[in-house]
Design a protein around this ligand. Structure first.
Ligand code: IPM
Ligand code: MN
Length: 360
């Protein structure tokens, strides 16, 4: 298969983790005879520094003509505490999601058997946990009208949803549940929000075409509690943009590190793959950032193109690195392995299914 992949490393640790994911895709390409072509562009704070624009046209153009986008991370502390900043790195990512029509953000959450002790949650609570969040990504309060009054004393963000925005992601969630434990949980705040009531109405209607799938409802506040109280109850969580943003970070605690969570952002024409973690500026260039979230995002890219055997080889290599404790310090404080070495191990394992040189 020939794939043209746009690589947007972004800010902070983005470049170093993305480099590992590219290394892994190259190893897959060589081992399984695929041609993966990589083209890099800038986004985020680095793009503001260079062009005053977090998402230069050249970057959008590259993404639009590529088969897939591999994204690193976005954000820089110099913009975080400056309420007067006119442009922000995050706007680049939001605009990219919108321009590519990436309405479904898919975030799998899993408790790896070898990492059960790493999670602050009790082992018996998280053993076997395996669910997937479908977060709507191009609507809701993130994209509604924003108002800031001239004197700065009033602000408003509008939360809007239309039928079509809910329908298309709901279908994806139900279809995925069909291949899994056949349960969809809609997370909302339907006791308060009109948009949530619309989500319930439309999702209930769609559920009729999936009679084999059980549809449950949970309010977001309760869901936040259930997620750490009894995460094993979930299979597919379907939710709107902001609730999905919040509960996916919460869910990352289950796996023991946010450095393990990957995501795919899918639209009808385009697809982007990114770790769910941020730019972690404190770790930049220290060779300590966990590359696994980025590498797992690359595995999701392979799956998206139906390269299932290849994706499996990547996840198997990751599992092996976890078993052998070839991990970054977020998973093992005494680790002598850095970002690059973890990436090298995984790439070599894919090419050789061999770990002899690394376990000493
Ligand atoms: C995420 C991030 C983004 C979001 C930020 C960087 C805009 O937190 O992908 O979860 O809120 O969607
Ligand atoms: Mn987030």
């Amino acid at each position: 298969m020939i794939l043209n992949i746009a690589v947007l490393p972004g800010d902070g640790i983005g470049p170093e983790v993305t480099r590992q994911a590219v290394k892994i895709l190259k190893a897959v390409g060589e081992t399984y005879n695929h041609t993966f072509n990589f083209h890099e562009e800038i986004i985020g704070a680095v793009a503001i520094d260079k062009f005053g624009n977090p998402l230069p046209d050249k970057t959008i153009e590259l993404c639009l003509k590529s088969d897939a986008v591999l994204f690193g991370a976005i954000g820089d502390p110099k913009y975080d505490n400056d309420p007067t900043a006119k442009v922000r790195p995050e706007q680049g990512l939001l605009k990219l999601r919108k321009s590519l029509g990436l309405y479904a953000n898919i975030r799998p959450i899993k408790a790896y058997p070898t990492l059960l002790e790493k999670s602050p949650l009790k082992k018996d609570r998280i053993e076997g946990v395996d669910f997937i969040i479908f977060r709507e990504l191009t609507g809701g309060i993130y994209f509604g009208e924003k108002i800031l009054s001239d004197d700065g004393s009033y602000a408003s963000d509008l939360c809007e949803y239309s039928e079509i925005e809910i329908e298309r992601i709901a279908h994806l969630a139900f279809k995925t549940a069909r291949k899994r434990k056949k349960k969809v949980t809609l997370v909302d705040k339907a006791n308060v929000l009109e948009t949530s009531r619309l989500w319930r109405k439309i999702t209930t209607h769609i559920a009729k075409s999936y009679p084999d799938i059980q549809l449950d409802f949970l309010f977001i506040d309760n869901a936040a509690m259930q997620l750490i109280l009894n995460p094993g109850q979930f299979d597919v969580i379907l939710t709107e943009n902001m609730f999905g943003d919040i509960i996916s970070d919460e869910g990352s605690v289950i796996g023991g590190s946010i450095g393990l969570l990957a995501s795919a952002s899918i639209g009808d024409e385009n697809a982007l793959f990114e770790p769910i973690h941020g730019s972690y500026p404190q770790a930049k260039n220290k060779d300590i950032a966990n590359p696994i979230a980025s590498i797992l995002s690359a595995a999701m890219l392979l799956e998206h193109f139906k390269l299932y055997e290849e994706a499996k080889a990547v996840t198997k290599a990751i599992e092996r690195s976890l078993e052998l404790n070839i991990v970054t310090p977020d998973l093992n404080v005494e680790s002598k392995y850095g970002t690059k070495k973890v990436g090298n191990f995984i790439a070599d394992y894919i090419a050789n299914s061999d770990d002899i040189n690394y376990n000493q």
